[in-house]
Design a protein around this ligand. Structure first.
Ligand code: 5GP
Ligand code: MN
Length: 335
């Protein structure tokens, strides 16, 4: 059974007959993870089922408006392990990599319920009993929208707004390569339900912290331009995050600025997250595949946006990766 509609129908059957469903997503959740969870929870609310959204890390503050009733709980073993172990379904949206579940990996692995990844990233991890994956979807939110259509229940405004946040997050505000007719038609559908794009963008894009802007300024000031401008590198130390008051997750957005340089095709951001831990974000343009590189180091993502965490300091991480990134940008002169 691998037709998507069949997978959706099968999942809906399991949802309808469940008593308890746990929803989770990846570490440092983003708009697609959080938006998909809220919309999926709203869909499951139609079926007299207890739904708990349990995440390892809190959502970025600018996403607070898509969870107005505070449904999202932050994982605490004492309070939540029992729920995870006894749930009929544990669904992870926007992620299949078990290493991106943090401390929740153990209880999810031991859960008596059916574990499901509901995701649009390629090559789902076999960790999950069911894998509902559509790598052609612009965002996981789009898949929740299709699941809702399959269910026959109308979508409420709160869910539509959450999906809109997922969509604009993963398409880079309709700029990235995944912005296709399907993604734009989805935006039309969501606006027809009542989503107001301008109001959403005010909440999403005009409430940045001073720390974010300061870190953005500092990191761009030190931007490294390599391979005749094709490779751009940013470096963020733990001290900079601490001093500016930015959040570690802010670097996921800061890296996108680097690719605005004319002629650039790959950007890398090295963020020190401990004396022996470095988080690396990779972004690329067109056919250049940074996912393949991230996977070699235990990370993953999409062709044009991937990430990984290495158990070493920044300098060592740079020494391991920069030559490979240089090789990648020199591989294809036309891309
Ligand atoms: P970011 O660089 O913003 O953290 O992540 C960019 C993309 O790469 C996202 O699609 C995210 O899901 C994926 N990603 C980031 N870090 C990791 C990682 O450590 N492992 C895997 N499998 N994917 C990652
Ligand atoms: Mn996503």
């Amino acid at each position: 059974m691998d037709r998507l509609e069949d997978l959706y129908r099968d999942l809906l059957e399991h949802l309808k007959t469940a008593d308890l469903v746990v929803l989770t997503t990846h570490l440092s959740p983003d708009g697609d993870g959080i938006g998909s969870q809220i919309a999926l929870a709203k869909l499951i609310d139609n079926f007299d089922v207890e739904v708990r959204i349990i995440n390892h890390d809190p959502a970025p503050p600018e996403l607070d408006f898509i969870d107005p009733t505070g449904r999202i709980e932050i994982y605490c073993p004492e309070r939540h392990d029992e729920k995870i172990l006894t749930a009929n379904l544990v669904i992870c949206v926007d992620n299949s990599a078990p290493q991106r579940l943090g401390e929740m990996r153990g209880p999810i692995e031991r859960s008596a319920g059916i574990t499901v990844t509901f995701d649009h990233h390629p090559q789902p991890d076999p960790f999950w009993r069911k894998r509902v994956v559509d790598e052609t979807a612009s965002c996981t939110g789009e898949m929740v929208y299709r699941l809702q259509e399959e269910s026959g229940f109308p979508m409420c405004l709160e869910a539509a707004r959450a999906i809109y946040v997922a969509l604009v997050g993963d398409t880079g505000r309709f700029r990235f390569g995944n912005t296709n007719a399907r993604a734009l038609k989805l935006a039309v559908d969501l606006v027809e339900i009542g989503v107001q794009p301008a109001a959403v963008h005010t909440l999403l894009d005009e409430r940045k912290s001073l720390g974010y802007l300061r870190l953005l300024g500092e990191s761009l000031k030190e931007l490294e331009v390599l391979c005749r401008g094709r490779l751009v590198v940013l470096n963020v130390t733990a001290e900079q995050i601490e001093r500016t008051g930015a959040r570690p997750g802010d670097t996921s957005e800061i890296i996108n600025e680097a690719l605005r340089l004319e002629g650039s095709c790959v950007a890398a951001l090295f963020r020190q997250s401990g004396s022996a831990e470095t988080k690396i974000s990779l972004r690329s343009k067109r056919s250049l595949d940074v996912n393949a590189l991230a996977r070699r180091f235990g990370g993953g993502g999409h062709r044009n946006a991937s990430g990984m965490v290495l158990d070493c300091g920044m300098e060592e991480a740079r020494r391991s990766l920069l030559p490979l990134l240089e090789e990648l940008v020199s591989e294809s002169n036309s891309s």
